[in-house]
Design a protein around this ligand. Structure first.
Ligand SMILES: CC(C)(COP(=O)(O)OP(=O)(O)OC[C@H]1O[C@@H](n2cnc3c(N)ncnc32)[C@H](O)[C@@H]1OP(=O)(O)O)[C@@H](O)C(=O)NCCC(=O)NCCS
Length: 223
């Protein structure tokens, strides 16, 4: 099942990057839809913008969103498992623990989930479990390292929320590493992401041992 998403409402005004040039937008395929890789190449190509002479390299990912690419979100299928494993293998700062890697590999083969699909390439995924009555929990989530911060995680959460809310789920839970033992950049970014997605801090949990305090977050879902 496909979940096409439109990002019209959240593109452009808040991105703070120059307007792409008409030459850049002209390279986008309108008939089918440019793939993420194609939009990457266009965004990172040099050339003046409509607002000024150039795009700073650090803004090129944001420009991708401004150029209008968004991922297709669909249900996780058995054939996606190896791609999910590869995404996890590319994120050693988050997935450094062998048990975690193995548990995630089991989850993408056994649990429900969604993937972000860029022209047949899986670039992000989440798995989840229902916790009746009324709750569900994201068990694993990751976006491919070279595609962070262009809205793929947001698209996955939006699609998951839409799917769960229509099925009667009222609360979406997720556990991640707490900052109780001090800052760690990788998981600082993860917590920022979930807070931006509307999750609220609920509790610190001692379930993963003293070195890995857990933070439980929850997001209320609209009926
Ligand atoms: C966390 C993760 C899933 C987010 O996916 P993503 O596609 O990169 O996130 P998005 O582009 O949708 O970001 C949405 C918002 O989250 C926040 N955010 C995301 N990454 C951030 C970062 N590195 N630093 C600060 N804020 C960040 C921002 O507010 C961002 O909005 P903005 O770009 O308009 O400012 C992804 O970074 C990832 O795979 N991380 C490694 C694995 C992981 O942490 N999994 C979850 C374990 S519980």
């Amino acid at each position: 099942m496909l979940y096409p998403l439109s990002y019209e409402g959240r593109i452009a005004p808040s991105l703070g990057v120059p307007r792409p040039s008409s030459a850049q937008t002209g390279q986008l395929r309108r008939d089918t839809r440019s793939t993420g890789a194609e939009v990457f190449a266009i965004a990172q190509s040099s050339g003046p913008t409509d607002d000024g002479p150039s795009i700073r390299p650090e803004d090129s990912l944001r420009l991708i969103r401004r150029l209008g690419w968004y991922p297709m979100i669909r249900q996780l299928e058995p054939g996606d498992a190896a791609s999910c494993d590869a995404i996890v293998a590319g994120l050693p700062e988050w997935f450094g623990d062998e048990t975690g890697i193995r548990d995630c590999a089991e989850a993408v083969r056994a649990q429900s989930g969604l993937v972000a699909d860029d022209a047949g390439e899986v670039v992000g995924f989440c798995t989840y479990e229902l916790r009746p009555p009324g709750s569900a929990e994201i068990t694993w989530m990751a976006v491919r390292a070279d595609r962070h911060r262009i809205g793929i995680g947001t698209a996955i959460i939006d699609a998951l929320v839409g799917r769960l809310a229509t099925q009667g789920t009222r609360l979406l839970l997720v556990k991640t590493l707490s900052d109780r033992n001090g800052p760690y950049l990788a998981y600082d970014q993860t917590r920022r992401f979930y807070l931006k997605m509307g999750f609220l801090r609920v509790a610190e949990l001692d379930i993963w041992g003293p070195d890995d305090p857990a933070l439980l977050l929850a997001k209320p879902l609209q009926a």
